[in-house]
Design a binder for this molecule. Structure first.
Ligand SMILES: NC(=O)c1ccc[n+]([C@@H]2O[C@H](COP(=O)([O-])OP(=O)(O)OC[C@H]3O[C@@H](n4cnc5c(N)ncnc54)[C@H](OP(=O)(O)O)[C@@H]3O)[C@@H](O)[C@H]2O)c1
Length: 282
């Protein structure tokens, strides 16, 4: 094995993981760059996570992505996590460093922001109030990204108010937690509304929200990507709002991982997006 081949191995650890679309994206980039390498599915049971992460280096992996249920547990296994991962409370990407130690970070926020900037080039975080619905892991990444981009007002609504309150307290900045009953009114005058709950995902009920207060000019974003168009996005589109689905967030979080693993910066091309969407739509 040559050195260059040795470092072009990466994968995604999850349980279950066989449904993951990540190999499609990373192997597309490996092909685009005409590289010898592979991005593989790594079905790892929770009890085996520590051993699997420690095996990355001897197996010649540059690193891996983490998905459910490993994103939190891995924080205590890797040798170092950065501030972003600590604030968001989860690792989405592990890097095997030259000395064999493991470094963990979270690229989901970069995915959310990178996608917005590519899809809506005139988008600005300080264009007006922003409402984020949900306060789980995805929401933490979204809120972090919006603050990094200079958001001036984030209204954070969650079914369990305490979780929204915790994000506001931990992150600081202009985040106002709001009780669930206020979710409809929280859309009044916003520049963007983001669904960061699991509501609307395949197998889940639609997000229970009225859009009558959402300005016509507002952007409606969802971080869910199965289905491609959630009921929230469909309702927003039908009333004339611009919409953006969660596929782009998934695609754009892959780019910073490549920078860390391979020192390369792949591009999210229309062809790649189309392939991912076709695969998800089945
Ligand atoms: N596109 C991407 O790259 C990307 C990245 C991350 C996540 N996601 C997607 O985002 C979604 C959320 O993921 P997550 O990791 O943030 O999940 P999570 O940590 O489990 O959080 C789930 C969120 O949904 C809310 N929720 C659940 N059931 C609800 C209900 N019946 N009514 C109202 N709110 C409800 C929860 O509220 P409570 O706090 O009250 O329980 C919480 O805010 C998933 O579909 C995931 O696939 C996509």
């Amino acid at each position: 094995m040559t050195d260059s081949e040795r470092h072009l191995l990466a994968g995604v650890m999850g349980w279950p993981v066989m449904h993951s679309r990540s190999p499609l994206m990373h192997n597309y980039w490996i092909g685009e760059h005409e590289l010898a390498g592979s991005y593989v599915l790594l079905p790892i049971e929770p009890e085996a996570l520590a051993a699997a992460l420690r095996a990355l280096q001897p197996l010649g992996f540059a690193g891996c992505n983490l998905t459910i249920p490993h994103k939190q547990e891995a924080m205590a296994i890797v040798d170092e996590v950065d501030e972003v991962a600590r604030i968001i409370g989860a690792i989405s990407c592990v890097v095997v460093r030259p000395d064999g130690s493991l470094f963990g970070t979270n690229n989901d926020w970069r995915g959310f922001i990178g996608n917005l900037k590519q899809d809506q080039p005139s988008w600005r975080a300080d264009a007006g109030p922003l409402t984020v619905i949900g306060a789980g892991g995805g929401s933490r990444a979204v809120c972090y990204g919006l603050l990094q981009e200079g958001a001036t007002e984030i209204r954070l609504v969650n079914r369990t108010y305490a979780r929204a309150e915790a994000i506001a307290a931990e992150f600081g900045g202009p985040i106002t937690p709001l009780p669930w009953e206020e979710r409809h009114d929280a859309l009044d005058g916003v520049a963007m509304a983001v669904n960061a709950t699991s509501q609307g995902m395949v197998g889940e009920a639609a997000l229970d929200i009225r859009l009558d207060r959402l300005p016509d000019t507002a952007l409606a974003a969802d971080i869910i990507y199965v289905p491609l168009e959630t009921p929230f996005l469909a309702a927003a589109r039908e009333r004339g709002n611009r919409t953006i689905n969660g596929v782009g967030m998934l695609l754009h979080q892959g780019r910073p991982a490549w920078k860390l693993w391979f020192d390369l910066e792949p591009v999210v091309t229309p062809e790649l997006r189309e392939r991912m969407e076709r695969s998800i739509a089945g």
